[in-house]
Design a protein around this ligand. Structure first.
Ligand SMILES: [Zn+2]
Length: 96
């Protein structure tokens, strides 16, 4: 029978392959977190530029509304083609 006290000092010891695997695990975890963050960012952008905004079917329509808003409110408004819904929205010049 082996005395367990001889083994316990080695409890923290890991085979080099285990270090490698934990590195791989960390890298995979990092990449997955990055992918999730990227998706969250895309969703936020979508929400900011599309969801809940009036949608115009044509550039002319959107440009007319942008012009109206500029003249009425002096707001810096411009129209932009929405990459998400394919329509046109009004917004600050962020997406131009
Ligand atoms: Zn849209």
């Amino acid at each position: 029978m082996v005395d367990p006290s001889i083994i316990t000092p080695l409890a923290g010891w890991r085979h080099p392959a285990q270090f490698f695997m934990s590195e791989v695990d960390r890298e995979i975890g990092r990449l997955m977190r990055l992918a999730i963050r990227k998706e969250e960012k895309a969703a936020r952008l979508r929400a900011a530029r599309c969801d809940g905004k009036p949608r115009y079917e044509s550039f002319d329509q959107a440009a007319k509304m942008a012009d109206l808003a500029r003249r009425r409110h002096g707001a810096k408004v411009s129209s932009y083609r929405c990459p998400d819904c394919g329509g046109w929205h009004l917004g600050s010049a962020m997406w131009d």
